[in-house]
Write a protein that binds this ligand. Structure first.
Ligand SMILES: Cc1ncc(COP(=O)(O)O)c(C=O)c1O
Length: 436
């Protein structure tokens, strides 16, 4: 299109981009989308890499469980940024803390101490009943950090021979997008053409404790699991799975690392999904909701005997534990300490499960729901999950498909009961459109 770099697009150039996007994006999906939104989507498609396939809605404002698009249409958010917005969009308790911190200090790096880090670290460790935290930013960084800590612990404490450590992971896992993490993914989309891959991982079927026991050898330093697999479609393991993993790993001197980045911090009706099954892992990995939907905040949480292997200079992050993140993280922990969010997710989750079960056998083949987190399998003879999500979008509900036939619902925990009822009704109507 021959324009100078850095110059803003004129209206007619923007209009030109609409032509580009319609040739890249499914025409049906843009039907009914306003010209204003199509133009906004076109700019993103032209200048941001196409590593996502968003539903065609352009959000400009949000609060609580509601979002508003650039045309002023309101929607109920039933995804909550993959659980990063557990406590609602622009939660006033959290934004007030962020605004106050913005005027104090936002970044020192860990070269110096900041007044905010200590209280945050102490509070988060207390919430998890552990000694200390390793603060990072994104979820993937927390996972990477957990892997590094486990390997270091393996060599320096357990006595594994140099470079021989292995970590057991599960089929269908999703732990993020770094080169090492995708090395042990079995999702071709996430993994293909990013090799050479990081060695040192063994994959076993999810939910199979015997397979874990059989896979452990003298060089196994950790078992890394999602207590519920989120990306895989809210895949809930048998109730005795995590307790058995805990038993086996304790007996064999292997660390149990629970990736609670999506399942933790209120979503499942408890502080951690591990709490729901009476299990205490060696390391918790947390992220997403820890930043209150405001800033990326993640952490590895554990005891000194494990996290203590890290010495100055051996791991780090310029932004990890920065004062803004720490202030928001502390406010999130304080919110969770009251237990209200966990209680609410549990109560509303029971309603969500009961509501969704009504559709089993009527366009839905299976519903899995823990707390306010549901995976709904759409009957392939009826529609794809994406088609149902498109229909929900038109009805004012934001939801996201995963793996073709599954819809994941994870509304902000602050959602009002009437909003949840409305969402369940709309889901029924949307499904009904395909059954008719
Ligand atoms: C269980 C789990 N671990 C790790 C991650 C990665 O988090 P992030 O996208 O913040 O890197 C995700 C993201 O969806 C996740 O669900």
């Amino acid at each position: 299109m021959g324009r100078a770099p850095g110059r803003f697009l004129t209206g007619s150039e923007n209009a030109g981009l609409v032509t580009i996007v319609t040739s890249m994006t499914n025409h049906d999906e843009l039907a009914g989308v306003s010209g204003t939104q199509q133009a906004a989507i076109a700019v993103v498609d032209a200048h941001a890499a196409h590593n996502y396939h968003p539903l065609p809605v352009v959000v400009s404002e949000a609060s609580g469980a509601g979002v508003v698009d650039i045309d002023g249409k309101r929607y109920l958010d039933c995804l909550a940024a993959y659980s990063a917005v557990n406590f609602g969009h622009c939660n006033p308790q959290l934004t007030a803390v962020a605004k106050e911190q913005l005027d104090k200090v936002t970044l020192t790096s860990r070269a110096f101490h900041s007044a905010a880090l200590g209280p945050f670290a102490a509070a988060l460790a207390r919430l998890a009943n552990k000694d200390m935290i390793l603060p990072m930013n994104t979820g993937a960084e927390a996972v990477e950090s957990g892997i590094k800590v486990a390997r270091k612990w393996g060599y320096e404490v357990k006595g594994v021979a140099a470079d021989q450590a292995n970590i057991i992971v599960a089929e269908g896992n999703f732990h993020g997008r770094t080169t090492t993490i995708i090395s042990f993914s079995d999702d071709a989309e996430a993994r293909d053409n990013y090799g050479p891959y990081t060695p040192g991982f063994k994959t076993v079927p999810y939910g199979d404790a015997d397979a874990i026991e059989a896979a452990i050898d003298d060089n196994t330093v950790a078992v890394l699991l999602e207590p519920i697999q989120g990306e895989a479609g809210v895949n809930v393991p048998p109730p005795d799975f995590l307790p058995r993993v805990r038993e086996i790993t304790s007996e064999r001197n292997v660390l149990f690392i629970a990736d609670e980045i999506q399942s933790g911090l209120g979503r499942t009706g408890a502080t951690f999904q591990c709490d729901n099954v009476g299990v205490v892992p060696d390391l918790y990995l947390v992220g997403k909701a820890l930043g209150g939907g405001i800033v990326p905040v993640s952490a590895v949480i554990g005891n000194e005997d494990v996290l203590g292997v890290l010495k100055p200079g051996q791991h780090g992050s310029t932004f990890g534990g920065n004062p803004l993140a720490a202030a928001v993280g502390l406010a999130v922990v304080e919110l969770l300490e009251t237990g209200e969010m966990q209680e609410r997710a549990k109560r509303l989750g029971e309603r969500l499960l009961a509501g969704l079960q009504e559709f089993e056998g009527k366009g839905v083949t299976e519903v899995r729901c823990v707390g306010l987190w549901a995976g709904i399998d759409i009957d392939p003879d009826v529609a794809t999950a994406r088609e149902v999500c498109q229909n929900l979008l038109a009805r004012g509900i934001l939801a996201k498909d995963t793996h073709g036939q599954t819809i994941r619902l994870a509304p902000p925990i602050v959602i009002a009961e009437e909003e949840l009822e409305w969402a369940i009704d709309q889901f029924g109507e949307a499904l009904g459109d395909f059954l008719a």
